[in-house]
Design a binder for this molecule. Sequence first.
Ligand SMILES: *Cc1c(COP(=O)(O)O)cnc(C)c1O
Length: 456
Amino acid sequence: MSDLRDLLADTVARVADYRERVSDTPVFPDSTEGVREKLGDLPEKPAPPAEVIRRLADAVEPALVATTGPRYFGFVVGGSLDAATAADMLTTGWDQGAFNQITSPAAAIVEDVAGGWLKDILGLPSGASFGFVTGGQGANTVGLAAARHHVLAQAGWDVERRGLNGAPPLRVVASEERHATIDCSLRFLGLGTDAVEPVRANAQGAIDVADLERVLDGPAIVCLQAGNVNSGAFDDFGAAIRIAHEHGAWVHVDGAFGLWAAASPATRHLTEGIEGADSWAVDGHKWLNVPYDCGYAFCAHPDSHKAAMSVTAAYLTGQGDGGVRAPGDFVPESSRRARGFATWAAIGELGRAGIAEMIERCCALARRFAEQLDACEGVTVVNDVVLNQVLVSFGDETDRVVEAVQRSGECWMGATTWHGQRLMRISVSNWSTTEADVDRGVAAIQAAWASVVDKG
Ligand SMILES: *Cc1c(COP(=O)(O)O)cnc(C)c1O
């Protein structure tokens, strides 16, 4: 066997070993001591690839966080499906530049196919354009860039050519409980965070439609949310989109994880009316369980999407060779990883029915967490568990309980502040989580709670 073949085979074996062990290792590393030392100083001389890889893996593996495993419940973090993981390894091996149909016809075609499938699964308009981006942050930025183009073009201003100096003012209307990446996107786009006119959220964290109506006054970008990152709440899309469009506004939906509710008949009602929006941001690496980094930006106005993103210029609207869309026209990067392969494989592994089943299972497991925790003395679940997110109060001891759970290594969940309360935040987004994993998580939380109460 060649050295390369040995190296790759050993590497794959190492990945397989890691993934097979992952559910038996502490979910968060006990310590990161020694990692820097093992990484060593800047090497002066070349080294054999196998040795380099061995040193890297030896140094880093003890410090990995078991996010691919079944008991990581922090933030909103998906695992990685087997086929998607393997396809991502192929993607690396093939090393295609997914800029257009010349740099990689295969990458362009696979994105085209997978993008069409995603629209179908998520109930988005079949004519929507799409870009495969790094994640929710990237998708929000692309959606809001298309919005910026569109709203200013309607005001007679070409923002791609003239920039924002001297442009008509652009209002951004968004819930006070919008995700932080919306603000970050507005910074990247030169609109600034002061451009946001906040709208009140209701008791569950969904946008207050009456307050939206009060704030709206002419053209603007309205940001709605499918899945509040704390509570999982959904905005009332039917009403909010109708009002926004009456005002000539563009509606962008941040559906990083929540848009996947549309993939299941059991939760689809939460997204009702969402197809009427103008742009949508969704993650692949969260609930679809594609490896990092993977997100999708969809747009109901392909020309505006392209005007905001294409490398060449807004006036080049040809489809390119063979009628295949150029992936690079819909994302901020020019040279980029071929993100379509892993998405195609994830959808291929689960199929439409399997995706629906995964979404339903995660929601059922979130309800299982909620029921068991709510039954504990002194513990309260504070949100309506409509999706995969659970917010739990342990009174004044919440932070100490969260820290104790994290230290246990049994599972990992973070803390948040929501509606003035410190809360444990649980997200069930991993395809491999089972009822037994939830029960083990509940036991770890109960043990942490008991230890904190004991210490008084
Ligand atoms: C996670 C998340 C984002 C950001 O997505 P990344 O993939 O981390 O860039 C945006 N909005 C919501 C609602 C999210 O949950």
